[in-house]
Every structure is written in structure tokens, then in C-alpha cells.
Ligand binder design. Structure first.
Ligand code: SF4
Length: 361
């Protein structure tokens, strides 16, 4: 634990807080893009320790939260097929679709299984030649390389009973959507370090130039976030707008070339619908035509499904930093982790779940 402890050191945190207080002269609205960053900020009480000039708002970087309700409904439909073994990461099981969630399908007898790696799903397909294994491939650029590898592996092994239901999203187009919005109040972004470990941060450079907002690529431990806030506030106070890299121990400007290559081999960029937000041009990944035979939505004919989101849920506004979870009328009343109405209350990275867990109502 020594490595992590170093990034949670109290005196070092106090020193960074003093530097932030000294640097801030005016009010600033700062968005941490990633849900894991939100959870660290609230868990360690950093949101309460920062000077009152700094307002933190929470971004769309929660993969479970932004998976469109149509994709959940497609997953529910596929999981109910008797010939299908439906395989998913655990945190997708309780995300409500327009009717039910995957856990309910499992309770009704559907063969829904949880894995930690898409390669386990490929193995499952090899071990069950008489069944059709569908893997729910969701997430940002962090999970896309491993999911692409699973498809490439199944392709090489000639597996005919392995499929993926994809809902992959890309961070930079969502950041640009927020920066470009006429309602935008975010003046600087803490970009997610793990995504940039894969992609690098070149994609943010045109965004800072076009919208004159600073972006600091930031890690997930308390000291990472405090240092990220300090770097961001320093830029804001000095009137600069650049991409800076706080997470240099993991992130290079060009990212991880091997991971990017496998993603580019299997996926291509496409328009994508985000839950609560809507369609964002060129913000998702879909399987290339060469891998179309693995596309579960196409093979099982659930492509055109349209669904309705819960009307009361304001997750789209929460995910764009326009509102905070307690401003939702359902927060903590009709919507709780036990009975979630929206994905941000279910996910371990969801802002609503963080506010509920750390009592920020
Ligand atoms: S509290 Fe529940 S209903 Fe409200 S925005 Fe969050 S997830 Fe949606």
C-alpha cells in the first residue's frame, strides 16, 4: 500500500491546499470529467476543503451512466434468449432500462453472467460451443482496447458463437459539447488520466484553442486531484488556456500506441447517443465492417430498438455540470441506490451515488 499512501499523504495535501488558497483570487467553476475523480473528491472531503471561490461540477465520465437506455433494453432482450449466455461487467446488471434491468432477467432464469475481463467471455464461448455468448462491451477509451482485443482474438480463433453488444463512447467530443454549449459555466476541465493513458492528450489541444478553456489531465488519488486543481486554477488566474499533464507518471502525449492500434483495427468512430444527453457527433465507436459478424445488435436483429428514459431523472443535466444531484427532485426519495431511477445512482462512478454515499444532500 506504500505507493497509494504516498498519494494520500495529509501534510502534502495540506501544503497543496495552502498553495491553492494562495493562487485563487476570483471565483471559478471547475469540472472533474471522470466519475472516479468525483468519488475521490467527495470521499476525502476535498470538495469541502477547497476555497469557496472554487465550485466543482461533475462531468459525463461515468461509462455506466452514459450507456443509452436503448442499449440496456437491447441487453435485456438478448439476455432473455434461451440460447444466449449474456456476459457483462457487474455494474451494468442493476442499471434500469425502460422496463427492467439485467439482474431481473437473471432472477427470471436468464443466463446472465458477470466477468472482469472480455477475454473471459471469449473463453466462455470456446467452452460452450452449443450456446451463443454475447458480451456487453461498454465504456470509454479505457475499456475499448481490451474489448477490441477480445473481438480480434475471437476472429483469429474462428469462433462463431461469440458476439459483442457495443456501446463505446469517447471523452473529447463530450468535453467539447460542454465547452461549446451556450449554457456552459465550466471554465476549466480536469480530464481523466486513465483515458489519456490510452489515447494521449492531443485530442484536447484543439478544444483548448477553440474554446479557450484550460484542461489538466489528472489522476485519481487525493494529491493528484489537489495538484490538478492547483494547475488549473493557476492557468485560470494567469489567463492561460493550455493542456497540461498532472498524471505524467502514466500519461504520454501520444498515449499507448499498441492500445490505440488494436482499437483502430476493430472499431471505427461513429455518432453515438449518450444517456440523458442525446446524440453527440463522432462520439462513439462501432465495429468495423470486417468484424460485423460479431455485432450482436445486427445478428440478433435488435438494432432499431427505441426506448424511453425515466422522465423524472435529470441525469443529463448532472452529467453536463448544469445541476448537482441534490437538485433532482427524486434524489434520496424516490431514487436511492436500492431503488435507482437513473444510472448515476447505480454506478460506482455515478455522481448521484457519490452524493448519496458521502451525504452531500
Ligand atoms: S437522483 Fe436518480 S433520478 Fe435524479 S438524476 Fe440522479 S439518478 Fe436520475
Amino acid at each position: 500500500m506504500k505507493y497509494l499512501d504516498e498519494y494520500r499523504d495529509g501534510p502534502a495535501a495540506e501544503k497543496l491546499l495552502r498553495q491553492i488558497r494562495a493562487a485563487v483570487a476570483r471565483p471559478w467553476v471547475v469540472m472533474e470529467v471522470c466519475g472516479s475523480q468525483t468519488h475521490t473528491l467527495l470521499r476525502y472531503g476535498i470538495d469541502r476543503m477547497l476555497p469557496e471561490e472554487i465550485t466543482l461540477v461533475h462531468g459525463p465520465g461515468c461509462p455506466v451512466c452514459v450507456t443509452p437506455v436503448e442499449a440496456i433494453d437491447q441487453a435485456v432482450a438478448l439476455a432473455g434468449c434461451p440460447e444466449v449466455i449474456f456476459v457483462s461487467y457487474g455494474d451494468m446488471l442493476r442499471v434500469p432500462g425502460s422496463g427492467k434491468d439485467l439482474l431481473s432477467v437473471k432472477a427470471e432464469g436468464g443466463d446472465v453472467r458477470m466477468v472482469y475481463s472480455p477475454l473471459d467471455a471469449v473463453k466462455m464461448a470456446r467452452q460452450n460451443p452449443g450456446r451463443k455468448v454475447v458480451f456487453f462491451a461498454i465504456g470509454f477509451e479505457t475499456t475499448a482496447p481490451a474489448n477490441a482485443m477480445a473481438v480480434a482474438l475471437a476472429h483469429r480463433q474462428g469462433l462463431e458463437n461469440f458476439f459483442v453488444l457495443t456501446s463505446h463512447v469517447l471523452v473529447p467530443p463530450a468535453v467539447e459539447l460542454i465547452a461549446a454549449s451556450p449554457d456552459n459555466r465550466v471554465q476549466g476541465f480536469l480530464a481523466p488520466g486513465h483515458v489519456c493513458t490510452v489515447t494521449g492528450y492531443r485530442d484536447y489541444e484543439p478544444i483548448v484553442r477553440r474554446w479557450r478553456v484550460p484542461i489538466v489531465v489528472t489522476g485519481f488519488e487525493p494529491l493528484d486531484l489537489l495538484q490538478g486543481v492547483l494547475m488549473l486554477v493557476t492557468q485560470l488566474e494567469e489567463g492561460r488556456h493550455e493542456v497540461e499533464n498532472q498524471y505524467a507518471r502514466s500519461v504520454r502525449r501520444e498515449g499507448n500506441r499498441q492500445a490505440r492500434n488494436v482499437m483502430a483495427e476493430v472499431f471505427e468512430v461513429a455518432d453515438h447517443k449518450w444517456r440523458g444527453i442525446g446524440l453527440i457527433p463522432r462520439s462513439g465507436l462501432r465495429l468495423r465492417e470486417a468484424y460485423a459478424r460479431f455485432d450482436a445488435a445486427r445478428v440478433f436483429g435488435v438494432e432499431g430498438l427505441t426506448s424511453q428514459e425515466a422522465e423524472v431523472c435529470i441525469s443529463g443535466l448532472v452529467l453536463q455540470g448544469v445541476k448537482k444531484p441534490p437538485e433532482c427532485p427524486a434524489f434520496g426519495a424516490d431514487c436511492t441506490p436500492e431503488h435507482p431511477l437513473g444510472a448515476p445512482m447505480v454506478s460506482a462512478e455515478g455522481a448521484c451515488a457519490a452524493y448519496y454515499a458521502y451525504r452531500r444532500a
